[in-house]
Design a binder for this molecule. Structure first.
Ligand SMILES: Cc1ncc(COP(=O)(O)O)c(C=O)c1O
Length: 413
């Protein structure tokens, strides 16, 4: 991302020319940023026997998944839909881990049939899996008592969380394993998303490793995803190299005590893709109340739900006038919901100081590569945008814009 002569350029292509060619609104991803993030993480996690997975729920665009596949990264999938896409893209079954929540027997059968390892989210799932796959292998998702994350909605550890099997239930896990002759080859945790301070994560890691010691057939320990990226200028960068070193120290000690080699696994999603993505949208309406000035755009919470869901901050750049005189303004989406604002917190609108906006200007919402398109919907019967990958001044379409015919195809009229 770069600003030249007051204009925003992504992967060497101007935002204005991208919108001219592919339409508005538009998701744009910089390939170089994805590669850079993958390399940074690979370098920081120094434990030699490691395997990196990408939690593709963050962004399931096939072209993006293929970029990470080419870097030797496997996949964490949470549904049969993600699994089938992964297999279609050529990910090998042994490079995929299935970590669903509330999985049905039908879903489990599909995963077993495709020879992909299932990570148990509950004792119920393990019992049902045992009946379907006697003598098989599995791993178990442990709830290690501690959670971490940027918002209560994304914390996935602790007694309030619906995820995993509580770490005090090891004897119950072992009983089911014995009953169905299951080989528990992995223990796993994922304690929350976008933690910038890993203190809670380290506590959870210790609990998971104490749990791991109670199984003698382990081939891997998976510490989940959740490494944070910075969205707002008030936040402090995640200290990746210090984290990698601490993880290495703790895990090396564990392996020594465990007495045999175990693979260290991570499954980050946001880390790989968040910063690569931008949602470009066009301003069509300026309007005011006695209190606030609004710029209304041709996109909204149906394309990027994070501000409406969590009051999340995303950087906004006026791509047509990136460093003009500033004014305070609220950026509003086109969905018929009061919550549909791109500049808001949990309590409501928050004015943003931005270079003067005119109708027709293109705005860019940054850090949109993770949990953007994947969380989008057709609310208000509106189409999802197209997606484009940019690299070295070249842009390629990686997903077509939806059409109304496509949206209404399955309606019985
Ligand atoms: C099981 C599992 N693993 C990994 C992740 C990836 O999290 P993040 O995108 O924060 O790295 C998630 C997302 O919440 C998840 O549910």
């Amino acid at each position: 991302m770069e600003i030249k002569n007051k204009k925003l350029f992504l992967g060497g292509v101007s935002a204005e020319s991208l919108v001219k060619e592919f339409g508005s609104p538009l998701y744009v991803y910089e390939k170089e940023t994805i590669l850079k993030k993958a390399e940074e993480l690979e370098k920081a996690i120094t434990y030699p026997n490691k395997k990196m997975l990408y939690a593709c729920k963050a962004n399931t665009n096939a072209s993006i998944m293929k970029i990470l596949k080419e870097k030797g990264i496997g996949l964490d999938v949470v549904s049969v839909g993600e699994l089938l896409l992964a297999l279609k893209l050529g990910f090998k079954a042994e490079d995929i881990l299935f970590t669903a929540t509330m999985a049905t027997d039908e879903e489990l059968k599909k995963v077993i049939e495709n020879k992909v390892l299932v990570n148990m989210d509950s004792l119920s799932e393990m019992e049902r899996f045992g009946k379907l796959n006697k003598g098989g292998k599995c791993s178990v998702r442990i709830n290690p008592e501690f959670g971490a994350g940027f918002h209560g909605h994304v914390v996935t550890g602790g007694p309030d969380s619906k995820f995993g099997i509580y770490h005090t239930d090891v004897e119950k896990i072992k009983k089911i394993a014995e009953k169905y002759d299951l080989n528990v080859v992995g223990v796993h945790m994922h304690v929350g998303s976008r933690y910038l301070n890993p203190d809670q994560f380290y506590k959870a890691m210790e609990i998971l490793l104490n749990t791991a010691k109670q199984f003698d057939t382990l081939e891997f320990v998976d510490f989940g995803g959740g490494i944070g990226v910075v969205y707002s200028p008030d936040e402090t960068m995640f200290e990746l190299n210090a984290y990698g070193k601490k993880v290495n120290d703790i895990f090396s000690k564990f392996v020594k005590e465990y007495g045999k080699e175990v693979t260290l696994m991570f499954e980050n999603g946001r880390w790989y893709v968040a910063e690569s993505g931008f949602l470009l949208m066009t301003v069509n309406t300026l309007k005011e109340t006695p209190k606030l000035k609004f710029a209304g755009v041709d996109s909204g919470m149906h394309h990027m739900a994070r501000p409406a869901l969590y009051g999340a901050y995303h950087e906004i750049i006026n791509a047509s006038n990136a460093d003009g005189d500033k004014e305070k303004i609220v950026i509003a989406g086109n969905i018929c919901e009061s919550t549909d604002l791109f500049t808001r917190d949990m309590d409501g609108p928050v004015e943003r100081e931005l270079p003067k906006i005119k109708e027709g200007d293109i705005l860019s919402l940054g850090c949109a590569g993770a949990y953007g398109y994947t969380m989008s919907s057709n609310y208000n019967i509106r189409e999802r945008p197209a997606e484009v990958l940019v690299e070295n001044g070249k842009a390629s379409l990686i997903r077509k814009r939806e059409t109304f015919d496509y949206l209404n195809e399955n309606q019985i009229i």
